[in-house]
Design a protein around this ligand. Structure first.
Ligand SMILES: [Zn+2]
Length: 398
């Protein structure tokens, strides 16, 4: 069976070569006959597309499957994306760090570098050139052609031109990030900017815990803040990672002031800082939440109570989201996956008790599977022009 997410390939008007490449990138190695059947194209059109893609070194044609079922004609050769083909530079910008790496069409991530940021370094005047350096440094790590860059970051982003309207956690307002970076990165590499949560959720949906689901709600927390996304397989997959400001659902009316201007937002009560606060830790170092979760697992009563309080807020937020969206599957990622593992029964029982929708249907709650979901999602975005029109994209990139 072909993984869900492959369905709909080609509905975006891409070329035949683009449709074949997209299918192979999403599903992994397939026989040529399976490609033809899946796309509903004439065998000759698939043959031409594969010749083009092989000549462009984007696809590799292997030996026919030994155990290919005996049928008419020759056994069908296996085709796959070239693991030594082009790369994308994927960058994840968080409130306190920059992570950059190279990602191939086979989603193999390499040359990952991470750098922590001081508060002063998050100023756009300092950070934008820093991001350009990180991109250039990553691109220099390989001889492979670099076809795109995508910065995955928190905030409200106009993705059509990579304009950051605001990023609460970085303190940014109105930063034309893609345009500025385009003038700084090695010539010819197109720059995209996307919302980290949406990209991470899209990656989980296509390649991780969302595979096979018809709809998926995901909540993600990288220590600070909560992001989310809702994806419905019924819609076109390109751009299906709808923004969902799940972190700003109000779970505690009149509660703590959130950087968004409201009081009592979910992310003030259910991120890793909130767990540290619930445990009475005044100084939240990067690993404080992990210590508390370890303490709870070891039976420490104060730690267990802090986990329960924080997970309770997560349940409150989930109740509103599940009642509104009725997802088939809920995927908890990052810190929220750790929190869920520490309080699984409590969260499940709490949601069943408080959500009328959870009680009436089958809602699975699972944890994310991808280690670097935001980087994988960023690479998806960076590869999008190549996957649509391979020949054109290669002509315009370095
Ligand atoms: Zn808020």
């Amino acid at each position: 069976m072909v993984a869900i997410g492959v369905r709909g390939v080609g509905d975006d008007g891409g070329s035949a070569a683009g449709r074949v490449l997209t299918l192979l990138q999403r599903s992994g190695p397939l026989t040529r006959a399976a490609v033809t059947a899946e796309l509903g194209l004439a065998a000759s059109a698939v043959g031409t597309a594969l010749s083009d893609l092989t000549a462009l070194e984007l696809v590799r044609v292997g030996e026919p499957l030994r155990d290919a079922p005996a049928g008419r004609g020759r056994p069908s050769p296996v085709v796959e994306v070239n693991p030594d083909g082009p790369v994308a530079v994927a960058v994840q910008l968080s409130a306190d760090r920059v992570t950059a790496g190279l990602v191939g069409l086979d989603r193999r991530i390499s040359h990952v570098r991470q750098r922590f940021l001081s508060r002063a370094e998050t100023d756009p005047g300092v950070l934008v050139p820093g991001l350009a350096d990180a991109v250039a440094e990553a691109a220099l790590q390989t001889d492979r052609r670099c076809v795109g860059v995508c910065i995955a970051m928190p905030g409200f982003i106009r993705e059509s031109d990579g304009f950051v309207r605001s990023s609460l956690h970085l303190g940014w307002d109105e930063v034309p990030l893609a345009r500025r970076l385009a003038g700084m990165v090695p010539t010819g590499i197109p720059v995209a900017v996307g919302r980290a949560s949406t990209l991470a959720v899209l990656a989980e949906f296509r390649y991780g815990a969302g595979r096979g689901a018809t709809s998926m709600l995901a909540l993600n927390c990288e220590r600070v803040g909560v992001g989310g996304g809702f994806i419905d397989a019924g819609g076109p997959l390109t751009g299906a990672g709808h923004a969902l400001e799940a972190g700003h659902i109000i779970v505690e009316p009149g509660g703590l002031r959130c950087p968004c201007g409201a009081r009592g937002c979910l992310e003030m009560y259910a991120d890793a800082r909130a767990l540290a606060r619930a445990a009475g830790r005044r100084h939240d170092r990067g690993d404080t939440a992990a210590e508390i979760l370890d303490g709870a697992a070891a039976g420490d009563r104060a730690a267990r109570e802090a986990v329960r309080v924080t997970a309770g807020h997560l349940v409150t937020g989930l109740t509103s989201l599940v009642n509104t969206l009725a997802p088939e599957r809920v995927v908890l990622m990052g810190f929220l996956a750790d929190l869920y593992r520490a309080a699984e029964d409590f969260v499940r029982d709490g949601l069943m008790a408080s959500s009328v929708v959870a009680r009436t249907g089958h809602i699975e709650i699972v944890t994310g599977e991808l280690r670097d979901a935001a980087l994988v999602g960023a690479a998806e975005r960076a590869f999008a022009p190549l996957l649509r029109e391979p020949r054109t994209a290669l002509r315009t990139s370095r």
